[in-house]
Design a binder for this molecule. Structure first.
Ligand code: HEC
Length: 287
């Protein structure tokens, strides 16, 4: 057993849009036809049903646990949707002949909402904006708009090709903006096994490192299955969830072979292989 925090179950009974998200958003792990989405799709093909659909292991998932799960799933789904939009537009972003790419905050958010809605079966507009989930989702959508609008100068620079604006960078900036907007209520980041971490800000904390080492990197951990628990963070009780992500073929131009050689972004390649654990979406919700 994972030491310390009590297990919270990945079980839910969808009755409302919010509860349906507890189930459906986890299926987003296996969605979306782009580089980042394919990483999940391949997992999905081999994987057991999403954790939310699996029977309870033990104990009871109370109302708070179900709500936490649903919110976390929604946040993960929107992050993935946003990264997919950037991935789908990577060619355009890198095109030195183009000026205005048309990727302002409003249009990227609209595309992300469409992908999120298709993946989860629930439109953000169906979620009560005054609810905890609604407020956090708005903070996240505002973060997407903020990041895109703040990067128009970089994105629209004519004459430069690769600009370093890739899904991982977009995701980090959005998670940082979200965590600032949701301060005291929620935090979100993408981390990775420590030997794979490129950006120091992505380094796993103790809880994340333990989940990665004692769960996700174990050969018998069901591929794609998230881990959640109640825990303490800086003296406060919190709900935490970690969602594993795996390398797809498209990730390997940067994260694959030959280990140590520099990729287009200037980082040394990790020597990763398709299907390896590449990263972890980590979400904290205050209790
Ligand atoms: C164009 C090269 C490139 C491709 C392709 C790419 N990445 Fe990355 N990745 C990076 C860079 C650069 C960073 C560091 C971003 C930053 O500054 O936060 C990064 C960061 C990450 C992180 C965050 C942890 C860290 O190391 O900072 C994860 C997880 C990750 N990538 C996984 C993937 C996966 C999964 C794919 C394929 C779906 C992928 N990457 C495709 C270049 C790439």
């Amino acid at each position: 057993m994972f030491p310390g925090p009590r297990m919270v179950l990945h079980r839910s009974l969808p009755q409302s849009p919010l509860m349906a998200l507890a189930v459906s958003a986890l299926a987003v792990i296996a969605c979306c036809g782009d580089a980042w989405g394919q990483a999940g799709a391949q997992v999905g093909a081999q994987a057991a049903p999403p954790p939310a659909l699996q029977p309870a292991i033990s104990g009871v998932l109370d109302a708070q646990g179900a709500e936490d799960q649903a919110i976390a799933n929604s946040l993960a789904a929107m992050l993935r949707a946003g990264r997919t939009v950037i991935s789908n537009n990577q060619g355009k972003i890198n095109d030195p002949t183009l000026g205005d790419k048309g990727l302002d905050g409003k249009s990227v958010l609209a595309d992300a909402i469409a992908i999120y809605t298709k993946a989860t079966g629930i439109a953000p507009s169906q979620i009560d904006p005054t609810s905890r989930m609604g407020r956090l989702q708005r903070a996240q959508m505002d973060a997407i708009v903020e990041v895109m609008d703040a990067n128009q100068g970089v994105l629209n620079a004519q004459g430069s090709g690769f600009k370093g604006f890739i899904p991982a960078v977009f995701g980090r900036l959005v998670n940082e903006a979200f965590s600032r907007r949701a301060a005291g209520e929620a935090e979100m980041k993408v981390t990775a096994p420590v030997d794979l971490v490129r950006n120091r800000r992505a380094l796993p904390d103790k809880w994340e490192a333990e989940v990665i080492n004692a769960k996700f990197l174990k050969a018998d951990w069901p591929k794609g299955q998230a881990f959640s628990a109640t825990s303490d963070l800086r003296g406060h009780p919190v709900f935490r969830i970690a969602v594993p992500e795996y390398y797809a073929a498209s990730c390997l131009t940067c994260h694959g072979q030959t280990k140590g050689t520099l990729d287009i972004t200037g980082y040394p390649r990790e020597g990763g292989a398709e299907g390896d654990l590449g990263g972890v979406i980590s979400i904290v919700l205050a209790h």
